[in-house]
Design a protein around this ligand. Structure first.
Ligand code: DX5
Ligand code: ZN
Length: 216
């Protein structure tokens, strides 16, 4: 079953509660946290996640594009995130961090930028609930999907199977009805979409269209 997670990065930040409600039928709301250091863009932090948690029932999938996630990630669980993704390129102690996120009651997830291979992190997979393979360079919505990441999606799916694990495989960046089938075919099962959802006239219909395309 495909999961569709709209990214509020492409939503109207002055109307976040309404924008969260506009994607009824979505599985999780993807919340992009950027610190202007790990990526050259700045978005939102813990107080906004706390407010979103109160404003909507949809579970929150927080994608931390920040330096020092070891220090900051636990606060996002406390703020109400149901899933917290840290970038392995930024984490000092990814095993300890994943265990801490899980111990606090959230799903722990590790993200890889397009040029970061999965193989060095194979042994971490049992510590995780999800791997995020970025399909654009993190930092901005609306970028073109990078086909060069497809082999890594395939290899990651194979490793998950080889270890007999049930963790989810998320893709994020440039996901649309034109690219989602390629991702699903390569083994992804959780799909983040920003501009494809919030750039549409009817965001809820866009979610349904993505789901249909992913499950073909
Ligand atoms: C990019 C973010 C994505 C972004 C995706 O760094 O992590 O979640 O919102 O936007 P689209 O779907 O427009 O590529
Ligand atoms: Zn994201």
């Amino acid at each position: 079953m495909a999961q569709i997670n709209p990214s509020i990065l492409s939503a109207d930040f002055a109307r976040l509660a309404d924008e969260a409600r506009a994607v009824e039928g979505a599985d999780w709301l993807h919340v992009d946290v950027m610190d202007n250091h790990f990526v050259p863009n700045l978005t939102l932090g813990v107080p906004v996640v706390e407010s979103l948690r109160k404003a909507t029932d949809i579970p929150l999938d927080c994608h931390l594009m920040i330096e020092d996630p070891d220090r900051w990630a636990p606060a996002y669980v406390d703020a109400g995130a149901g899933s917290v993704t840290f970038h392995v390129e930024a984490a000092a102690a990814p095993v300890r961090l994943a265990r801490e996120i899980r111990a606090k009651g959230a799903r722990a997830s590790m993200a890889l930028k397009p040029a970061t291979p999965i193989e060095p992190y194979e042994d971490l997979l049992p510590e995780l609930d999800m791997v995020l393979v970025m399909t654009v360079e993190p930092g901005f919505g609306g970028q073109a999907f990078l086909d060069v990441t497809l082999p890594k999606i395939r290899r990651t799916r194979k490793l998950i199977e080889r270890h007999g694990l049930s963790l989810w495989l998320q893709v994020d960046g440039g996901v649309s009805t034109a690219t989602i089938e390629r991702c699903a075919e390569a083994g992804a099962d959780v799909f983040v979409a920003g501009s494809a959802v919030y750039g549409a006239d009817d965001p809820a219909a866009a979610v349904a269209a993505l789901r249909e395309q992913a499950e073909r």
